[in-house]
Design a binder for this molecule. Structure first.
Ligand code: NAD
Length: 343
């Protein structure tokens, strides 16, 4: 949802969302269209899906959908980036290859899309006269730093090609701000979840994987002892942070990166219980408790993650509207409705 006080300003911009057919990108598109905005969606449908956009079109209705322009293209293709930027005033750059394990298996592809594609988008935006670009960074930039909570200024050494790609994005952003006067805001997302997050594939994230496993009546595969913790963040909070960053007027808020999370830590054991409970409340025939099956810790993973969100609160006016329990309830409704997941 777009904060009510920003709707008027949002309507005055033409928005470009890269990665629009993905999980987070499709929520950005939906919220912007619902607020009356004009949006271009740019995506190569590699990890995103046409059906995410079909769902958005159904949920928004035909008037809102008429304000959406679709462009299938690749951020590695400079001409496509230029074309996408032609009719936009602001860019929300989400397109990237996510997942730490994928990046460990495919460092070259991760670099080409996440770093090369990022530089292409910044260049195309600059050439088109677009000043403001908000881009998806990641909590993975904290790397091996053990300090909790994570504060923006204290990053460690990256632990994977994915983390490195996001760290390089932030460095490029400050170079483009310095050399070309652009206004760039990085958002370090912390374990985002919600409807439309993909439960399929080798690189699926833990929450959709576990919803799908519980719906099939299976045990949950836990990497490690279950005491690993994360600051899980419902996707509506991420949408809000993007819109606030895109429209913020205070120049002190620009050209830096912010933590986007709830500022609360949940262990994997607690998460498993929360998912089982959310499903059980809606479908009492499903067990209220999850069976856990432990395996080794995964390479490149960090043990604990907890965000200090005071910078986003103070400079962007960000206020998480959904805590993890609220988000799990909404996600449970979504996964229960997916006929491909139930037994
Ligand atoms: P997603 O895979 O659902 O979305 C990414 C989208 O980018 C997909 O639709 C994909 O098709 C598109 N894409 C990939 N390569 C592309 C290319 N070469 N050209 C054009 N489009 C391309 O993932 P998501 O979870 O929605 O992630 C969105 C962004 O947020 C990514 O930058 C990701 O790194 C970042 N992020 C996500 C999380 C999370 O927990 N989901 C956490 C931290 C950062």
């Amino acid at each position: 949802m777009i904060p009510a006080d920003l709707i008027e300003a949002a309507r005055q911009r033409r928005w470009l969302v890269t990665g629009a057919a993905g999980f987070i990108g499709s929520h950005l598109v939906e919220s912007l269209l619902n607020a009356g905005c004009t949006v271009t969606g740019f995506d190569n449908l590699s990890t995103g899906h046409q059906h995410n956009l079909d769902v958005v079109s159904q949920r928004c209705g035909s008037e809102a959908w008429s304000r959406f322009s679709w462009m299938q293209g690749d951020v590695r293709d400079m001409a496509a980036c230029r074309e996408a930027c032609r009719s936009a005033d602001v860019v929300l750059h989400q397109a990237a290859l996510g997942s730490v394990p994928r990046s460990i298996e495919h460092p070259e592809a991760t670099n080409e899309v996440n770093v090369g594609g990022f530089v292409n988008m910044l260049t195309a935006a600059r050439e088109a006269g677009i000043k403001r670009v908000v881009y998806a960074s990641s909590s993975s930039v904290y790397g091996d730093s053990p300090v909790l909570p994570k504060k923006e200024e204290h990053t460690g050494r990256p632990l994977s090609p994915y983390a490195l790609s996001k760290w390089v994005n932030e460095e490029y952003a400050s170079i483009f701000a310095r050399c070309y006067g652009m206004e760039l805001v990085g958002l370090r997302y912390f374990n985002v979840f919600g409807p439309r997050q993909d439960p399929h594939g080798a690189y699926a994230a833990v929450i959709p994987l576990w919803f799908a496993a519980l719906l099939r009546g299976e045990a949950l595969q836990v990497n490690g002892d279950g005491e690993t913790s994360r600051d899980f963040c419902f996707v509506a909070n991420v949408v809000q942070a993007n819109i606030r960053a895109a429209l913020v007027e205070n120049t002190e808020a620009l050209n830096r990166a912010y933590n986007v999370a709830c500022g609360e830590r949940t262990t994997l054991k607690e998460l498993a219980g929360g998912i089982a409970k959310a499903l059980h409340e809606l479908r009492p025939d499903l067990s209220e408790e999850a069976t856990l099956h432990h395996r080794d810790f995964r390479a490149g993973d960090i043990a604990h993650s907890l965000a200090d969100i005071s910078a986003a609160k103070n400079l962007l006016g960000y206020r998480p509207t959904h805590q993890i329990v609220d988000g799990l309830r909404i996600a449970a409704e979504y996964y229960l409705e997916r006929s491909d997941l139930s037994k």
